[in-house]
Design a protein around this ligand. Sequence first.
Ligand code: SF4
Ligand code: SF4
Length: 339
Amino acid sequence: MKESYIFRSCLSSNGSRLNSLKSVLSELRLPFSPGDRIGIKLHWGEMGNKNYLPPIYAKEIIGWLKAKEIKPFVFDTTVLYSGGRREGRQSLITAAKHNYSEEYLGCRVTIGDGLDGKDVIDLPAGYKHFEKVQIGKVIKQADGFVILSHFKGHMETGFGAAIKNISMGFASRAQKQRMHADAKPSLNKKKCILCGECVKVCPVGAAAMEDKEYPVYDLSKCIGCAQCIAMCPEMALKIIWDTDVRVFQEKLVETAAAVWKSIQGRAVFVTALLNIVKDCDCLPGNHKTVVEDKGFIGAYHPVIADKEAIEIVGADVIDSIHKDIPWRRQFTYAQEIGF
Ligand code: SF4
Ligand code: SF4
């Protein structure tokens, strides 16, 4: 199959979102055989998030695979953030709360790097930032993958979809931290209302606040997860980068490219252009959509899938919500390293 093939099903005024997905699935040719164990990589949303992709679409994909005698399972990996997905057990509770349960989906729901986040392996990378990348062992445990991505904005990458899903989405916690390591918060005191939210959400205790004093951030402890920046109600925090602002985008792409070398030829990509909000599904809360729903796309390559998604949604939409993030670097760097 040609990697450049794209299938898109845009919503007509009376078209249902599920029909849009069905139409894309009917076009995709699968590189899998009956009996194969296929992992569906997705994000079931942080506890309290209201914008995650509803599980009905994963259920549709599961039914589509089962009809071909393929054995699907659903997975995500542990994360850096505090909240409902840091540890595997908590994450499965969060998944079930959002109906990503074995009972509803009809297949196993699991954690790709193990319940304790320690089921990981190194993959060779050979790029300028990473010689190797550390990834959930699931990459070796499945015969193939369906990468189901929810397209949306993101506070560090500008947008998040297929590239991010196989990069951060497959990465171990240590690898996630290596990618984030250069981002640190910087406070604009004029905007701060001393609410303490940044202290509450910091997963490593790097943010602290004395009574009625402005918060302070211990940058030697900070892991750069940007949770405080995203959750600040007054937008009083900005990211400062220890290195070139584009390095984070490059690290994201290098991890994705290393994963791609391992799953190329045994993965297909389905991206939902629905419920598109400014930031990712890692944040609690109900966030406003920034553009109307567009439907689904299917593809055989993550970079091509993301380029197509941007074209449909509009680069101007991403620029308007994250004007300081050099998200285009993901595409130029992918080209430079032959991804
Ligand atoms: S979350 Fe924002 S407004 Fe609240 S204390 Fe922290 S920096 Fe200040
Ligand atoms: S201070 Fe650093 S580690 Fe803590 S929430 Fe902010 S970015 Fe994350």
